[in-house]
Design a protein. Structure first.
Ligand code: HEC
Ligand code: HEM
Ligand SMILES: [Cu+2]
Ligand SMILES: [Cu+2]
Lengths: 327, 605
């Protein structure tokens, strides 16, 4: 690899240049004040050094000077805030049509699941020029998904879905780091992000095998006999038809929107929320289903339509996405 | 300069106490002493030793970053079985313990413990702290902490979850070799340090409120005292949160089935162990930890700001510029310091709306800092600064603080922080403020108050050499870290060069390590200067710097009880080069209208 020093890493996403612009503005402000102050200190230090005959006295009591010293930093800081807030807002708001890819972190590797069922390890293939949204979760400790060339970073938490988005605007291979210290081999939790032209990406996808997550999820649903309790009606558990995105009344009297986070905890930690009118009979699937499996079952549950039977094989063909919920 | 005649009778009957200080034995006098000066010096010597320990650990880290997997000098033979290479486990332990030692055993206790103890009673004209026994205990509670940090090495090679000890890594023994008993020891040790600080904090607040000499009104207090006072308040409010969080984490770690799950979510399979059960939130720890640790960074800075203000005024022979704004800006920094902790968590998954709030409060905290910088410059402006080791260290304090404060702004702007968070940029930032500002301030303060501690002066020439070498070494070590961070190099990597992407940074890392070694060796000058001057330094009078504070009225070194008689204060501590006075300094105790150059009232010859 080329080992000449380069200050700025390459930039390859729609947000990178905006982050760099803000950064350069801050560099300019910082350099200005550092030089101003260091020069003043040296100048006064030498001019008034003990033994010199310079005229002494306090700094002139100039209101203008004092006002400037208070107002200029204040205005600058407001510029920083507004500018920063603007970019931050866009970093945190994925467009609705973003391609959603799942990322599961564990000590010390990244597992990636594409919506078409393709999976990869320590690699992430993404199409050029399309917004990509990553939904991320960890199986053990906290990790952090960091792609310097895209100027993005997001911690990957255990037990909680976080998300991050970017839109690659230059094809190539970029580095992927884990940025949150996660144990002995933290430095080896590395990988690459490969940005392909749309056609090449489609080729790549078709060359990989794997069942779409909802199909794999249906199989898991079957294998773990979820359907034995979750029937269309008359089961010991609530019907799961149309569960995603609906408002679920809870035994505690509250109600909660069944987003991905809720579905995950219903499977791994069923005691946390009990659906009104049901007994806490559901067993926990901790240890039997890993995070990747849970993501697949959630994908399957999303396909269950309002009045379809929830008991097994027929996955339904409609894929009406219920309203996305923010987490 | 108001010259209200002070009411002397507040401490009536106090003065004749001093007759009763009889000579205690060696143990009572030097080991289990309740004299604030002895305790302060005990703290100082302990923390300076710990500085050496922490420095050695840091050099281990630097060695690996510059010469990865090459046998380390001194440490290498410990790993003979691996051909002298250190292991990644050992590397993670090195950076964890480096930060732990530096923060909990050096910076916090050297400011509050060493200088707080030594200076508070002297500068406010008291004979000792309000609770001398508590004061002694606060020193001796450091030792169980040191013991537990030491003990932790018996378990799996030492704690290795970073000084921030984020769960789940720090909560489950399976997560890393250092997350077993070593982590429990670490938490217990930190709790002891917390108790020690808390004892100090209560004592300082009480002492400063109740034991000021007659005439020492709040706004005649030196800025050192103000800073110690504000620091004590910060400690009193922030520390309980850390202590509570520490206990919660210890409970989470209990091996029996009764253990709690504050921070551990359910269903995690760590290192093939049984899945975890519970419903905890790892982010809770981050909130609690930073709710303490952000105010704590000001605990690690404000006292140095106060001391530098006093030293700069004295060395420039000029009143501090803007005394009250200095006090108010310290108070503002302390207040705002409680509502910015989330800036450590911008990428943590915290709600983005909260991120916006923390961005604005963090940017705001830079403004009172700017006021202080302006006032320090205003103090030199038109003064008569003398380029001795004290002044040089103070100037380094101011200029390095600016660099650290401005890099703080980079991280306050969230989009930029998202990019540089957990990279070397962060490491650069906090070394500029903690080492660059605080430690240079401390070096100056050692040189400045050494005569009062031991009755002898330190060598100015060695002090200057120490300063120059440390300053060069410091910038050589830490400035390039900004560049590494912007180039994308993450922190806490045992081997960054596994990534071809980072290979081009190796030469710069080597330069940094060489600078760090230079800087490490420069500290032997300080050690030598300190030890040599203790025995052989030039003897000095009560007031070798011609300063104004009350501590300079007492003999050098002050006896048990400090002052021969209760000092009476007539003015603030910054009346340097006053037009109404013939000397260029005007002791706080000198009655108005007294003959120029007359002996101060409190020190009858
Ligand atoms: C022993 C019977 C049983 C089995 C087997 C079972 N569940 Fe449940 N499940 C329940 C019951 C009872 C409830 C309602 C009480 C509660 O919320 O815990 C429920 C609730 C749920 C909910 C929340 C439904 C809502 O309307 O909010 C989801 C989602 C769910 N289960 C998914 C699954 C999945 C996926 C599986 C298979 C991996 C599964 N369950 C297996 C009994 C079962
Ligand atoms: C001008 C004022 C300051 C601002 C705006 C500021 C801002 C910040 C921010 C935003 C971070 C988090 C960066 C990240 O992790 O992504 C940070 C980290 C840090 N700051 Fe500051 N800071 C300031 C002053 C100080 C001072 C005075 C100190 C200490 C004396 C200090 C010590 C630290 C430390 C120790 C960390 C890193 C902790 C860690 O992650 O290990 N900062 N600062
Ligand atoms: Cu990691
Ligand atoms: Cu902070």
């Amino acid at each position: 690899m080329d080992s000449t020093f380069q200050l700025f890493p390459e930039s390859a996403s729609q947000i990178a240049d905006r982050v760099d612009a803000l950064y350069l503005f801050l560099v300019a402000v910082a350099l200005f004040f550092t030089f101003l102050i260091c020069v003043l200190i040296l100048y006064f230090g030498v001019k008034y050094r003990r033994g010199s005959l310079a005229e002494r006295g306090n700094p002139p009591r100039s209101n203008l000077l004092e006002l400037a010293w208070a107002v200029v930093p204040f205005l600058l800081s407001m510029v920083m805030f507004v500018w920063g807030a603007d970019v931050f807002y866009d970093i945190k708001t994925p467009p609705a049509d973003a391609l959603q890819i799942d990322v599961v972190g564990k000590q010390w590797m990244w597992k990636v699941h594409h919506p078409g069922g393709q999976s990869e390890i320590n690699q992430l293939h993404v199409p050029l020029g399309r917004p990509v949204r990553l939904r991320m979760v960890s199986e053990d400790v906290i990790h952090s998904f960091y792609i310097p060339a895209f100027r993005v970073k997001q911690d990957v938490l255990p037990g909680y879905y976080t998300q991050m988005w970017f839109q690659p605007d230059r094809a190539g291979t970029y580095h992927l780091f884990c940025a949150e210290y996660c144990g002995t081999e933290h430095a080896q939790m590395i990988g690459s992000v490969i940005v392909l032209e749309q056609d090449a990406f489609a080729d790549w996808l078709s060359g990989e095998t794997g069942d779409p997550p909802e199909v794999a999820g249906a199989r898991l649903f079957e294998r773990h006999r979820c359907g034995s309790c979750h029937k269309a009606q008359g089961g010991s558990g609530p019907s799961l038809a149309g569960v995603f995105g609906r408002r679920v009344p809870l035994k505690s009297g509250e109600s909660i929107v069944a987003d991905e986070q809720y579905l995950r905890s219903s499977i791994l930690n069923p005691q946390q929320h009990i659906v009104a009118g049901f007994q806490p009979l559901m067993p926990s699937y901790q240890g039997q289903l890993n995070e990747s499996d849970v993501l697949k079952i959630i994908a399957y549950m999303k396909t269950l339509e309002g009045n379809a039977s929830a008991s097994g094989e027929d996955t339904g063909d409609g894929n009406d996405q219920p309203p996305e919920t923010e987490n | 300069m108001s010259t209200i005649s002070p009411t002397v009778d507040t401490h009536a009957g106090h003065g004749d106490d001093h007759g009763h200080h009889h000579d205690p034995g060696f143990v009572r006098k030097y080991l289990f002493s309740t004299d604030h000066k002895v305790i302060g010096i005990q703290f100082l010597i302990t923390t300076l030793l710990m500085l050496m320990v922490g420095g050695a650990l840091a050099l281990g880290v630097r060695w690996q970053l510059a010469f990865p997997w090459e046998s380390m000098p001194f440490f290498g033979p410990l790993f003979a079985s691996q051909g002298g290479q250190i292991s990644p486990e050992f590397y993670t332990m090195l950076f964890t313990m480096h930060a732990t030692v530096m923060i909990f055993l050096v910076i916090i206790p050297i400011l509050a413990g060493a200088f707080g103890n030594f200076l508070i009673p002297l500068m406010i004209g008291a004979d000792d702290m309000a609770f001398p026994t508590l004061n002694m205990l606060s020193y001796w509670f450091m030792w169980p902490a040191i013991l537990f940090f030491g003990l932790s090495f018996l378990f799996g090679g030492g704690p290795a979850a970073g000084w921030t000890s984020y769960p789940v890594l720090a909560a489950l023994a399976e997560a890393a070799p250092g997350s077993g008993g070593a982590q429990t020891c670490w938490l217990i040790a930190v709790t002891f340090i917390g108790v020690s600080s808390m004892m100090g904090s209560v004592n300082y607040m009480t002492t400063i409120i109740n034991m000021r000499a007659p005439g020492m009104t709040l706004f005649r207090m030196p800025l050192t005292i103000w800073s110690m006072f504000i620091t004590a308040i910060l400690q009193a409010f922030a520390l309980p949160v850390l202590t509570a969080a520490g206990f919660m984490l210890v409970f989470d770690r209990l091996p029996w089935s009764v253990h709690s799950t504050f921070f551990v979510p359910s269903g995690l399979v760590v290192n093939n162990a049984e899945p975890t059960v519970g419903g905890g939130q790892p982010l809770l720890w981050q909130h609690l930890f930073w709710f303490y640790s952000h105010p704590a960074v000001y605990i690690m800075l404000l006292p140095a700001m106060g001391m530098v203000s006093d030293m700069l005024a004295c060395m420039s022979r000029k009143p501090i510029f803007g005394y009250k704004p200095m006090v108010y800006s310290m108070a503002a920094i302390a207040g705002l310091g409680f509502i910015v902790w989330g800036h450590h968590m911008f990428t943590s998954g915290m709600n983005p709306a909260l991120g916006m709030t923390f961005m604005i409060s963090t940017i705001m905290i830079a403004l009172p800092s700017a006021v202080k910088v302006f006032n320090w410059i205003g103090t030199i402006w038109g003064g008569r600064p003398q380029f001795n080791a004290v002044f040089l260290n103070c100037v380094a304090f101011v200029s390095l603080f600016i660099v650290g404060g401005l890099s703080g702004i980079f991280m306050a702007a969230v989009p930029v922080d998202i990019y540089i968070h957990d990279t070397y940029f962060i490491v650069a930032h906090f070394h500029y403020v903690l080492f660059g500002a605080t430690l240079f301030g401390v070096f100056g303060a050692i040189q400045f108050w050494f005569p009062k501690m031991f009755g002898r002066t330190m060598s100015d020439t060695i002090g200057k050499w120490h300063f120059v070498l440390t300053f060069i070494g410091f910038n050589g070590t830490f400035f390039p870290m900004h560049l590494l961070g912007v180039a994308g190099m993450p922190r806490r990597y045992a081997d960054p060069y596994l990534h071809p992407y980072l290979e081009h940074l190796l030469p710069m890392n080597q330069l940094m390590t060489i600078s760090a070694i230079l800087m490490g060796f420069a500290q032997f000058l300080l050690l030598f200067n300190f030890l040599y001057s203790m025995r052989f330094g030039e003897k000095c009078s009560r007031n070798p710097w011609n300063a104004n504070g009350l501590e300079w009225v007492a003999p050098s070194p002050p006896p048990h009880g400090n002052f021969e008689s209760v000092p009476v204060v007539y003015r603030g501590p910054y009346e340097y080069s006053h037009p109404d006075h013939s000397d260029d300094y005007w002791l706080q105790t000198e009655p108005p209208g007294a003959q120029p150059g007359a002996k101060p009232q409190a020190a009858p010859a």
